[in-house]
Structure formats: structure tokens, C-alpha cells
Design a protein around this ligand. Sequence first.
Ligand SMILES: C[S@@+](CC[C@H](N)C(=O)[O-])C[C@H]1O[C@@H](n2cnc3c(N)ncnc32)[C@H](O)[C@@H]1O
Length: 235
Amino acid sequence: MEARLKTFFAEFGLSIEREKIQLFERYYRLLISENEKYNLTAVTGEDEVIVKHFLDSTAVLLYRDLTDLNAVDIGTGAGFPGIPLKIMVPGLKLLLLDSLKKRCQFLERVVRELNFKNVTVVNERAENIGRQKPYREIFDVTFSRAVAEVRVLLEFHAPLLRLGGETILFKGPGVDDELKKAEKAAKQLGMELKDVYYYRLPGNFGERSLVVYKKLQTTPENYPRRPGIPEKRPL
Ligand SMILES: C[S@@+](CC[C@H](N)C(=O)[O-])C[C@H]1O[C@@H](n2cnc3c(N)ncnc32)[C@H](O)[C@@H]1O
């Protein structure tokens, strides 16, 4: 696996040291051995996991540095993009948030076995944590991959983000419709679309995009609304 990881990371434009390769290998082994028990991922082939999960999660590093930032990964599932980003940027302070208890139990194990510092796992819904004082408006950067449409995600992310912070959403190649639909939500929540970066995964695994919003105003106190409402009645 070491050679495959090196090749794919180099093709993607990122350099990776030996210790990081070893952490990815341990993470891969845990993901595969615990997949049945925790229902973690449909993707299990070595190349596919490396490219579609590991590399894709690190795409943000092609565009910006995350060293020492305070980050939350909302709807992290088996740890994407949070865990690969933590491997690549050991100084990242990270909260891994997911509403599924089983996935959080798996993440606790990853944190223990990979010996991560400054990583917290919270089993909660984004709508609930966003209303709680210790978490509200404290994060420099917030991520989500494959969780919901942009206008729903903005309601999850904006309340957790500090003023001037950035929300980074991992999306497929065609995001124009979603961005248009999210214009009203962005305005209401004090967020502004800053950039959309398009990139191609190595090995013909397809195209993706990163959608970046910046927080310009404090989020009104009535957001996020109660669990389930953002999806049922998006802004
Ligand atoms: C399709 S999975 C994607 C997981 C991971 N981000 C990835 O890219 O592989 C969506 C995850 O979001 C979580 N999720 C969905 N809605 C959520 C919410 N409102 N609050 C917290 N987690 C949520 C689910 O439990 C699930 O693990």
C-alpha cells in the first residue's frame, strides 16, 4: 500500500512523509476490519479507498494551509474528510461530529489507535450542537462531505463558524444549481460564497469541487432550527 499511496499523492500534487503513510495504512486496516460491524463504507478496494476517500479528503490542502486551525467536520461518518486532514496536518484541532452512535464509536477507536491529540468525537446532530454555547461561533473552519445540499449545510455550519471563518463543502463537479438555490440561505445566515475550486482525482476516479463560504455576519440566534427542519424546509 505504501507505494500506491506515494504514487497517488504525488499525482495529486501533495507530498507525504513516511509517518503519515503509516498512519493511512493503519486507518485503512481499521476501516476494512471494522466495516461490517460499524457499516462504514461501500468502497473497500485499496486504490478506491486511497483515491476516493483519503486523497479526496485532503483536496483542501491543494488550496490552503490548515495548520493550528480549530476545525469541525460535520457528518464525518467514518472520518471523511476529518481523519485524512488530521493525518496530513498534525497541528489541526478537530471536532468530529456525527449523529450515528456506531460511527462515533469507530472514530473513538481510530483516535485512540492512531494516537491523535486534539481530536474530539461528538455524537450529536448538527442542529443541536449549533445551539450550544461552547460550540457556537468558535471554529476557524468547518467541513462537510456528502452530507446534504448546500443550503441545508449552511444552516448547520454558519452557527459554529467564527466571524471571518470559512466553510468548505466537498461536492461533485456540477454545483451551479445547488449554489443558486443556496443564495437566500447564505444571505440570511451571514455567509458569502468566496470560491469554487474544481479538481480531478487521479486514476480516472472523476471530478470534484470544493465550495468555500466566508462568514461575514453573526448568525441570527434562531438558527439552526430544530432537528430535521433544515432538510424538510430549507431556507
Ligand atoms: C453519506 S455519510 C458521509 C460521511 C462522510 N462525510 C463521507 O464523506 O464519507 C453522511 C453522514 O452524515 C451524518 N449526518 C447526517 N445528518 C446529520 C446531522 N444533522 N448532524 C450530524 N450528522 C449528520 C450521517 O450520520 C452520516 O454518517
